[in-house]
Design a protein around this ligand. Structure first.
Ligand code: ADP
Ligand code: MG
Length: 724
């Protein structure tokens, strides 16, 4: 073991669990303490201001300047009372992650002192110099103006000593430059489309909200070991590393006892999260060694997504306190499971009905089937686009491997619901859906419809978009992603589909058909048309790949080409019709996706080139030198050196390959770098540069197997994955 590696391993072993900050009190004592939520608002705002703000939060009523000033004053006082001295507009640029620029509350008072200032204007809108955030050409650098504007629907919170105000981020001309703005638009789109459809069943519905429950997977590695792996540090994943003799084959990590040091981290993280109002609920080990998951109770999608973004930053801070590093990369280690972020999605009415779950009355059950079928039809029409939402240079390593959802989108319904839809499709339109006491599906007149009990036992883990009883679970989302990307598209395509549904049903009603019959007729057609997307079998099997292609589902596997789906006419028209993205915005965002893809591969290629030439080749050569010396001496003595020479030849072969492949990769990069068009460049990086990463790695991993462990400079998989 090289000295540095030895020291870091020694340090990792000596890193014991540290005391956590969490007090002995109950979570109910500190939950939301760092959030300017209703309790704080009641205390720090006068009645009129409080009522106005609640009205804005609930129904989007615009705030007057006076009220904004009054809210700002209350918020500032609350922040100062809770130890904050700075404030920031907190937003979610397309780089991923969150951005913040801190300003002090203190302002010179013109008389040689300072005053704590924070006006409504500063609360509501700011102009961060944001020219260097990706914008896909919407703002060129000399028109750098971008605005951040307060989102009152998501409460302000304090991190450290800074008051963070959730904001959208838009260009001077109004185009969205972030994730929150289009998310809010998509929430409005599905609200209006779904509310209109609900009117068929219940006139009292006036609002439909979207709910999101995410499940965050992640790895922990010891910080010292992480620090000497430049690949982990700079790219978030290991670009080399021979598989550990033991990894996850015993399946002994999943749901196993959580190690003490990890437990201390988790408790600390939970404490911080609960104080910020993130309702964390579950924690457990995941399948791979050193892999874990946590999940909150689901919330309204805008807030849930802010909470996920916030959690990802908090995780990083808390991990460092415990001498860990959190890896949110989708595939940090070859040969062990990657990390995803299941997005559990549902919509519900202001009358308290979950539209993605079976109900108690015949009407509710018909309504449920209507929403279910429309979601499926939307996913069918836009399956390629849905895949584009989750694709990235990092998530591409996870999809398609036999561990994560396949790179083909399909929906899982389970036998019971599949039977319902099959029978419905074949039924006479006056019939309705019914289950008898044993949960056997029957057709009968509407009035006899009892509750539908859904048997959830046949949950299919290989399906990327599965119905799980009262929600859809989109499992293809990557662990490092902003969930908004997926939720925006789900909301938009479902909104579009619901609008179509309404139009078709209304047309039939206008031509004299009974409402129920019209609904059944359209449902039957939709079930028939979207049959291809429905698949309950094994999503990892080779047969499915072939079958999916036969069914006309999107089977593209190249990430840059998958992004093309954003620019399909059907996509552009869909986004425009529901008012979520203008064509300019879609184009700009797709540019950013290609650009980001290229940059990620570029960085990986550089880092691997450096490691290969600076770490691996010198060490392998050194060991080769020792062997050459030995072989020479053996020959001098007249002894056989055959096996040593064989080993020397192997080392020589691999080092020569690494050197020539690295040189070739650099050449390919130079060629690709000369391409201006972002799409063509990303394709070049995918087809001609990224391919070298695995090839070079192969030879490095072979060397790791044969080179003296005492010389090997970089922490090995067994150390990264098993020390905790
Ligand atoms: P599993 O690991 O089996 O998928 P978990 O209990 O870990 O299940 O996670 C389920 C997630 O789904 C939780 O975040 C939960 O809050 C969320 N969830 C439950 N019901 C709904 C719903 N109706 N809409 C959205 N999310 C939901
Ligand atoms: Mg799940």
């Amino acid at each position: 073991m090289s000295l540095l590696r030895f020291k870091m391993v020694e340090r990792a072993i000596n890193n014991k669990a540290i005391d956590v900050n969490a007090p002995a009190s109950q979570p109910s004592d500190y939950y939301g303490r760092k959030v300017f939520g209703r309790n704080a608002m009641r205390k720090y705002l006068n009645r009129q201001t409080y009522d106005a703000l609640i009205d804005t939060m609930e129904s989007g009523t615009p705030l007057t300047a006076d009220i904004a000033d009054s809210i700002a004053a209350g918020m500032r006082q609350w922040a100062l009372d809770n130890g904050a001295d700075h404030y920031t507009h907190w937003f979610q640029p397309l780089t991923g992650g969150t951005a913040e620029k801190h300003d002090s509350f203190s302002e010179p008072d013109g008389r040689g002192g300072v005053l704590e200032e924070f006006s409504g204007k500063l609360l509501v809108q700011q102009e961060p110099d944001a020219s260097s955030f990706p914008n896909g050409g919407i703002r060129n650098t000399f028109e750098a103006r971008g605005y951040s504007a307060w989102d009152p629907a998501s409460p302000a919170f304090i991190v450290g000593t800074t008051l963070c105000i959730p904001t959208i981020f838009i260009s001077y001309t109004g185009e969205a430059l972030d994730y929150k703005m289009p998310l809010l638009r998509s929430l409005a789109a599905i609200d209006s489309a779904a509310t209109a459809v609900c009117q068929y069943f219940d006139k009292s519905v006036s609002r439909v909200k979207t709910y999101l429950g995410w499940e965050q997977e992640y790895f922990l590695v010891d910080e010292g070991l992480w620090a000497v792996r430049s690949d982990l540090m700079l790219t978030g994943r290991t670009l080399m590393g021979h598989e550990s003799a033991k990894n996850q084959q015993l399946e002994d990590h999943y749901f196993g006892a959580i190690p003490e040091r990890v437990m201390a981290f988790m408790r600390d993280l939970e404490y911080e999260s609960l104080m910020l109002g993130i309702p964390l609920k579950t924690r457990h080990n995941e399948v791979a060694p050193n892999q874990f998951e946590l999940a909150p109770v689901y919330e309204e999608a805008n807030l849930a997504n802010d909470h996920n973004q916030l959690l990802m930053t908090i995780m990083d801070k808390v991990a460092r306190r415990h001498n860990f590093r959190v890896l949110l990369h989708e595939k940090p280690f070859k040969g062990v499971n990657g990390s995803g972020k299941h997005c559990n999605w549902s919509i519900g009415t202001d009358t308290g009905i979950n539209l993605i779950g079976p109900g108690r009355t015949p009407q509710e059950n018909l309504q449920f089937i209507v929403f279910l079928v429309n979601v499926i039809a939307a996913v069918h029409r836009h399956n390629g686009l849905l895949k584009a939402t989750i694709m990235s240079a990092t998530n591409e390593h996870r999809l398609g491997a036999n561990e994560a959802p396949p790179a083909i989108i399909s929906t899982f319904l389970g036998t019971q619901l599949s039977t319902v839809l099959d029978k419905l499709e074949r039924s006479k339109s006056e019939d309705a859906i019914r289950f008898d006491a044993k949960n056997v599906f029957k057709m009968s007149g509407v009035q006899h419809l009892p509750s539908i009990f859904l048997d959830n036992t046949d949950r299919n883990r290989t399906s990327p978009f599965a119905f799980t009883g009262n929600r859809f679970e989109f499992r293809a989302v990557g662990s490092s992603a902003n969930c908004a990307e997926a939720v925006i598209v789900i909301n938009s395509i479902v909104a579009e589909q619901l609008n179509r549904f309404k139009r078709d049903v209304d047309a039939k009603i206008e031509s004299g058909m009974r409402k129920e019959k019209a609904i059944y007729e359209v449902l039957k057609r939709l079930i028939k048309e979207s049959r291809a997307i429905h698949f309950d079998g094994n999503g990892y099997s080779e047969e499915w790949r072939l079958e999916a292609a036969r069914r006309g589902l999107d089977c593209e596997t190249s990430t840059p080409l998958i992004f093309d789906r954003y620019l399909d006419k059907t996509t552009i028209d869909m986004f425009r019709s529901v008012g979520v993205y203008t064509p300019v915005e879609v184009e700009a965002r797709t540019e950013v996706k290609w650009e980001t893809y290229t940059k990620k591969i570029q960085i990986e290629a550089r880092v691997l080139g450096d490691i290969a030439m600076n770490n691996i080749i010198p060490i392998a050569s050194k060991y080769e030198g020792i062997l050459l010396d030995k072989a020479w001496k053996l020959k001098e003595l007249g002894l056989s050196a055959t096996t040593d020479i064989e080993l020397i030849q192997r080392i020589q072969h691999h080092t020569a390959q690494i050197q020539s492949l690295t040189a070739e990769m650099i050449e390919r990069r130079k060629v690709a770098n000369r391409i201006d068009d972002q799409r063509a460049k990303a394709i070049a990086y995918h087809d001609t540069v990224a391919v070298y990463l695995d090839q070079i790695r192969h030879h490095i991993d072979k060397l790791e197997e044969i080179v003296d462990d005492q010389l090997w400079p970089l922490p090995k998989y067994r150390e990264l994955l098993f020390l905790k």
